[in-house]
Design a protein around this ligand. Structure first.
Ligand SMILES: NC(=O)c1ccc[n+]([C@@H]2O[C@H](COP(=O)([O-])OP(=O)(O)OC[C@H]3O[C@@H](n4cnc5c(N)ncnc54)[C@H](OP(=O)(O)O)[C@@H]3O)[C@@H](O)[C@H]2O)c1
Length: 293
């Protein structure tokens, strides 16, 4: 059985590939640009060139695929593209799709949560067995703060002292890997969080300890955060959607803790301290080089 992994060069998809490789699964990675995936090919991943915005490229990629992992970044047409993938998978006879969704899908009034629920519903109605993975904010997002830590020893947000149960993308990927290789996860939704909810002040302290320098959390009014990030080149539609979510978080919507990662993977969820250590030692050279200046 070959498993198709979309987003194989991305945060979560690349970790799904690593998890499946370690378990000797046969993997086909969907990539737009094979030059970005030479390391995957070297590790034995079959590459399929495809783009979800060009559904005609998906037929060959889905040929003979029984199970697929579906992820796309947040794009203005994310719902349309993911639904087109589901339709192509149905046509190709795919039997299960593990869909990367988001915590709060179907519950929160924020844009990304509404989009993901629309895609989940399309998948549920397709007749394909589904597994919805709904992670909270990824610990890996902390790379976004490298520049401001380097410049001013600060991380910025607008969520006050609200607690968020950040989750490691590797743990999300491990749950996806189990759902793709073991039975019993069909037609289920999993909310995926870290083992504790912490504030941005606590995150600043964790990074200060890991880096051996002062790191402070600065809470900004939402409009000021938006203006700063707009000036940094981020698209307005994306910032507006994020601010909607941050507003929900301020009311406590990001603080729930579940034990799903430990239950499904049989390993405890990574703590923020463990993530900071791992990131420093393996993936974070660029981050920490920037931060140390
Ligand atoms: N970040 C968070 O805290 C968080 C938390 C919960 C849920 N989520 C959800 O996670 C998703 C993003 O996951 P991620 O962080 O793993 O994304 P990512 O790192 O941005 O990776 C996106 C992947 O999708 C590929 N891709 C982009 N456009 C494509 C297209 N048109 N056709 C085929 N492939 C395409 C990219 O390939 P290229 O290499 O070619 O660009 C890349 O491999 C979003 O839906 C978001 O709502 C995120």
């Amino acid at each position: 059985m070959t498993i198709l992994v979309t987003g194989a060069t991305g945060n979560i998809g690349s970790e799904v590939v690593q998890y499946l490789l370690e378990r000797k699964a046969l993997i086909r990675g969907l990539v737009r640009d094979p030059k970005k995936a030479t390391n995957l090919a070297q590790q034995g991943v079959e590459l399929a060139i495809g783009d979800l915005s060009q559904p005609e490229t998906l037929d060959a990629a889905l040929q003979g695929i029984e199970k697929a992992f579906l992820v796309l970044p947040n794009l203005p047409n994310q719902v349309e593209l993911e639904c087109a993938f589901i339709d192509a998978a149905k046509q190709a006879g795919t039997q299960q799709i593990v869909k990367l969704s988001v915590m709060g899908a179907g519950e929160l009034p924020s844009t990304f949560q509404k989009w993901h629920r629309q895609i989940e519903e399309h998948l549920e109605q397709s007749g394909i067995a589904w597994t919805h993975l709904r992670p909270n904010m990824l610990m890996q997002n902390m790379r976004w703060f490298a520049q401001t830590i380097a410049q001013s020893g600060s991380i910025y947000n607008c969520v006050g002292d609200t607690k968020i149960s950040h989750v490691d993308a590797r743990d999300v990927a491990a749950v996806a890997g189990v759902c793709l290789t073991e039975p019993g996860h069909e037609n289920k939704s999993y909310i995926l969080t870290g083992s504790q909810a912490i504030t941005f002040n606590e995150i600043a302290d964790i990074f200060a300890k890991a880096l051996g320098r002062t790191v402070a959390y600065i809470d900004l009014p939402p409009a000021d955060l938006k203006a700063a990030r707009l000036a940094n080149g981020e698209p307005e539609w994306y910032l507006d959607a994020e601010l909607e979510l941050f507003n929900c978080w301020k009311q406590g919507a990001g603080s729930a803790v579940t034990d799903t990662i430990a239950t499904v993977t049989r390993h405890p969820a990574t703590t923020y301290e463990e993530f900071a250590q791992y990131y420093a030692q393996t993936r974070g050279q660029d981050f920490f080089a920037t931060v140390r200046g």
